[in-house]
Write a protein that binds this ligand. Sequence first.
Ligand code: ZN
Length: 158
Amino acid sequence: MQLESMYQEIILDHYRRPHHAGLREPYDAQVHHVNPTCGDEVTLRVTLKDAGGEPAIADISYEALGCSISQASTSVMTDMIIGKTVSEGMQASAEFLRLMQSRGEGEPDEDLLGDAVAFEGVSRYPARIKCALLGWMAWKDATARALDGLGQDQSSGE
Ligand code: ZN
């Protein structure tokens, strides 16, 4: 399938030349997440900034080890959400999670997901879903810690 191989290309491209890779300073929080089923690991740092009274993502830097899916997914994530507000990042994260839970039958929102639509095929392989989500989970964790550190009230009301 042509679409499939194009998606494969996107994943391999990010794996070979990961975007925003490396650990940078300064940062507001750092986390280390592991996906034991595959052996993937990521150390991830977030730097937040103020965007008109709302927290926004100034930078995400990381060191990823493991399979191509986990590394490529983290790279794609940084492209998608650096520069966005935290709430936009959370929205993208929810959309990506929905795609991963679609069992290959999702209709991904390409405007919102960009290159992340390439991971659609992964949703058919339950064992790999955790690989694709590792970077996102690490980002959410690091961001929650960073927001705590900044003393901002992010209590999750409706
Ligand atoms: Zn993996």
